[in-house]
Design a protein. Structure first.
Length: 88
């Protein structure tokens, strides 16, 4: 009987499309203005931090990007696209 609840994620080696690179720039520029809380994005061995987790809101969200398509799904798909990207 397999009791494994979460399977290890397989890292994608796909190259980002032009639309994915554009969406990444848009998302990162929006995250630059984050004032409360912190978001840390890990992608391809690099880590990008936005906001600050001290003060009145000491919260940090960590996002592991497994596919560059995440950015276009989030940027152009709204909340449904974001949810679908999370599921994928």
């Amino acid at each position: 009987m397999n009791t494994e609840l979460v399977r290890p994620a397989k890292l994608s080696r796909e190259e980002p499309r032009l639309i994915d690179r554009l969406a990444r720039r848009i998302i990162f520029s929006r995250l630059e203005s984050l004032e409360e809380g912190q978001i840390v994005i890990s992608e391809g061995g690099s880590q990008y931090s936005f906001g600050n987790a001290d003060g009145e809101l000491p919260l940090t969200a960590h996002i592991l990007v497994l596919s560059p398509r995440l950015y276009s799904e989030v940027a152009f798909g709204g909340t449904i696209g974001s949810g679908e990207a999370y599921i994928q």
